[in-house]
Unconditional design. Structure first.
Length: 432
């Protein structure tokens, strides 16, 4: 009996030893799984490590969150890359806690008309539709729950850029040409063709448009050449307006309204451009000493033109860019931006969509025109423009009317931008 009991004790000891080994192995396996997961995620571009635990009273080791943008963000929205987007946090957005983000809901729903076709946006757009009538606090929580802010940096890693303004102008015009209404607004000519910039990379500088001549592709005609009658625009007149300077600024704004002789109003929207780069006539006037820098606003240029009618044509032709239009329905809520949806005053911006994904919410921190008064609020990237180039660059849509024209004409402020990226486009790894 004694020998059998000893044998049982030995067997029990071995069983306990085996149990301990199994337990220790099980405890170590999560760490191995975590390392394996991190290794498989290294193909996505690492944006930045942002500190999560910023509590100075914490006795725990500081925790960091490594945010990685999924590669399909840049691919789906034709961005150059995601390298200019740096992980941030909501506390870095000036005025985020006091902005009336609920005022931007209509703009978000407009963006969703386009973005909902992407699987990673569809659920967010479903949730957005039920926010109608919800409190500002609830709508702010919606953004904080489904998005993460990413600071926008320029190619030189600077986070500051320029914010200008635009608006929907009102012109006077007629469907018939006359001495009073002498300046035509053209629809896109038939010989203006799209060019595959992958096959013809030099046409990237001409926004992917050109013309065929003798079996060859050439850049389309400049503003001067169009005015000289070299382009095939005869018969493409939509209407005629009475002021060439107003027509020039209509092209810069990209959309507008024309009040006709019978009192009806026609709404015009951007159709195509001739592809030539935009050149600022305001800068030209300053360089020539015709205007001071502080006078080079839209209003200042119009005043100069009224006083120098004989110099207007030469000045306008310094900008080779030219815009063609199309007639829009008169019952729209606003002009149509490049995203294909109506713009919302004070909530829509034009951006360079090589850096900012079209339709996405963008938090903008800037100041009001010719002022140090903060203008910090949620915007939506729903438009683009020939003069809007670079990452931290925005054109603020002020809307329609005299006040909008004044604000847009005066606005040239320093600004900062954060893109709100849906969390569905982000991979997160926590490290301690």
């Amino acid at each position: 009996m004694k020998s059998t009991s000893a044998i049982n004790l030995v067997r029990r000891a071995r069983w306990l030893q085996l149990l301990m080994i199994i337990t220790l192995s099980a405890c170590s396996s999560p760490a191995q799984k975590k390392d394996s997961t991190r290794s498989s995620d290294t193909s996505a571009p690492i944006v930045e490590k942002s500190e999560v635990d910023q509590n100075p009273q914490s006795t725990h080791e500081k925790q960091y969150t490594e945010l990685l943008l999924t590669p399909d963000l840049a691919q789906s929205f034709s961005l150059r890359s995601g390298a200019h987007l740096t992980a941030s946090n909501w506390s870095e957005l000036p005025g985020w806690e006091i902005d009336q983000v609920s005022d931007g809901l209509s703009a978000l729903l407009q963006s969703c008309k386009v973005l909902q076709k992407y699987q990673k946006w569809s659920y967010i757009c479903q949730k957005a539709r039920v926010l109608v009538g919800a409190s500002n606090k609830k709508q702010r929580l919606f953004y904080e729950s489904y998005f993460s802010p990413f600071k926008v940096l320029n190619d030189n890693d600077a986070n500051a850029g320029i914010v200008t303004g635009y608006y929907e102008p009102l012109l006077r015009g007629s469907l018939k040409r006359s001495a009073k209404y002498a300046y035509p607004v053209y629809a896109a000519p038939d010989d203006l063709v799209s060019v595959d910039v992958k096959t013809h990379p030099s046409f990237e500088n001409f926004r992917g448009v050109g013309r065929k001549s003798g079996g060859e592709l050439k850049p389309y005609f400049t503003r001067l050449e169009i005015d000289q009658g070299l382009a095939k625009v005869e018969g493409k007149e939509i209407l005629w307006v009475e002021d060439k300077i107003e027509l020039f600024f209509l092209q810069i704004q990209g959309s507008g309204r024309v009040e006709l002789e019978d009192g009806n109003t026609m709404r015009l929207g951007f159709a195509k451009s001739n592809g030539h780069p935009y050149r600022s006539i305001g800068k030209s006037l300053v360089k020539k000493g015709e205007l001071k820098l502080s006078e080079a606003s839209m209003q200042g240029i119009k005043t100069w033109a009224a006083n120098n009618p004989d110099k207007i044509d030469a000045l306008l032709n310094e900008n080779p860019s030219y815009v063609f239009f199309r007639i829009l329905p008169s019952n729209l809520d606003g002009p149509i931006g490049s995203l294909g949806v109506p713009l919302t005053p004070n909530r829509s911006i034009a951006v360079d969509d090589a850096y900012i994904p079209a339709g996405f919410p963008v938090y903008l921190a800037t100041t009001r025109p010719n002022s140090s008064s903060p203008l910090n609020q949620l915007m939506f990237a729903q438009d683009k423009g020939g003069a809007i180039k670079g990452a931290v660059r925005a054109d603020y849509f002020w809307g329609f009317g005299d006040d909008a024209a004044i604000n847009a004409g005066k606005m040239k402020q320093e600004g900062f931008m954060w893109v709100l990226i849906p969390k569905t486009f982000i991979l997160t790894n926590n490290t301690n």
